[in-house]
Write a protein that binds this ligand. Structure first.
Ligand SMILES: Nc1nc2c(ncn2[C@@H]2O[C@H](COP(=O)(O)OP(=O)(O)O)[C@@H](O)[C@H]2O)c(=O)[nH]1
Ligand SMILES: [Mg+2]
Length: 356
């Protein structure tokens, strides 16, 4: 995998990451030493002992070096944070892991260049040596030196964090460049996952327990006749607190709103018996609005199948009182699939109009 193969942003960064293997130093050490012990089959037919030894030890150096590099090449070929799409970069920033991420990649690259120099130096020492014992000593010294470089640069606790970062980023959906992306947001339990499961191919977990959705889950709404393909993103629920106070799970939703969304739908549960009040939900709406900046968003009063007329009217009034227009508000039931496709088509039309 070369560095260049990452740069095409149309290719899915997170999917590619799933195949990236990061190794601990101990794994590298034992692989290199194991290979080092192996017998080297001779290719030349010379009978000059000195030449034979020189070939054996030179090849041992090359093989050990290649082995070590093969185990850090993937890490070294990862793009640095400034080459990433804003969505992934924002996640690293929100988790305060941008420096750790870059640092590890630079260290892997550094190991490659330092050990390459060491390899060249020891190959030339062997080339100029005519003594078997001396050559043998050089090879051992070489192995010791390249492993000590790797050991210094790949500390277990850094590798641990780096593995976690890679795992986290690889669990994110692909950023699809030319597809309209609608992010579903709102407090926990308002019906975001139900919504997406009804009208897309995504199957997020739905439950009566809050915080069921811990990841961003993508699904597609496809209308082949009209040639419409929309990406819907289910996100973890947000609580009414500032971004600074949010946990890692909520921050995924923040990154999606800031850098994935073309448009967002904010879901509200209008029932008085609901765990969160309308006022709390509208506070979260305010945070969401700030995160979206100039982007369009819509408000969907959900669960109309189990809410009373008064509850719906009361929620609507409170929303309008805050200055939101009536046109932004939709009344839906995710569970009963009422008003969902209409909402999506309306958003699509409005979005197209603003684009042209
Ligand atoms: N009756 C009814 N229940 C709903 C509706 N939408 C969601 N629910 C229920 O509300 C609960 C939370 O839904 P979920 O989709 O997991 O909410 P999320 O946390 O926002 O993703 C689940 O028990 C759903 O079955 C709806 O329109 N009507
Ligand atoms: Mg959910």
């Amino acid at each position: 995998m070369s560095i260049n193969s990452w740069s095409g942003m149309s290719e899915c960064f997170s999917r590619k990451l799933r195949h990236v293997k990061i190794h601990y130093f101990e794994e590298i050490r034992s692989s290199v030493l194991e290979l080092f012990k192996e017998r080297i089959p001779l290719s030349s037919r010379t009978r000059v002992r000195e030449k034979i030894y020189r070939e054996i030890y030179t090849r041992k150096i090359d093989r050990s070096y290649d082995k070590l590099i093969s185990m850090i090449r993937e890490c070294a070929s990862l793009p640095l944070s400034h080459e990433l799409h804003m969505f992934y970069k924002e996640l690293l920033r929100l988790y305060s892991l941008e420096d750790v991420y870059n640092e590890m990649i630079l260290r892997c690259r550094n190991i490659i260049s330092i050990t390459r120099d060491i390899r060249d130096k020891y190959k030339s020492l062997i080339k100029n040596s005519s003594n078997k014992e001396e050559m043998k000593r050089y090879v051992r010294e070489f192995i010791g030196r390249i492993l000590s470089v790797a050991k210094r640069k790949l500390r277990d606790k850094d590798v641990d964090i780096f593995k976690k970062i890679i795992r986290e980023l690889s669990s994110m959906p692909c950023f699809e460049e030319d597809v309209m992306k609608i992010v579903l947001t709102g407090m926990p339990q308002v019906g975001k996952s139900t919504f997406i499961s009804k009208i897309s191919n995504a199957q997020p977990e739905i439950s009566v327990y809050p915080f069921t959705t811990k990841k961003i889950i993508a699904g597609h709404f496809i209308d082949e006749k009209k040639g419409i393909r929309i990406m819907l993103l289910d996100t973890p629920g947000l609580l009414d607190r500032s971004v600074e106070e949010m946990n890692e799970i909520e921050l995924k939703a923040v990154a999606a709103l800031k850098h994935m969304a073309d448009v967002a739908i904010f879901l509200i549960d209008p029932r008085r018996e609901f765990y969160y009040t309308i006022d709390q939900q509208l506070k979260v709406l305010d945070t969401v609005k700030n995160l979206l900046g100039e982007k369009k968003f819509f408000i969907a009063i959900n669960k109309i199948d189990i809410s009373s007329e008064e509850e719906i009217a009361e929620a609507e009034k409170k929303i309008i009182d805050l200055g939101y227009s009536k046109e932004m508000i939709y009344k839906i039931s995710a569970a009963k699939n009422i008003g969902l496709t209409e909402l999506i088509y309306n958003i699509y039309d409005i979005f197209l109009k603003t684009k042209t």
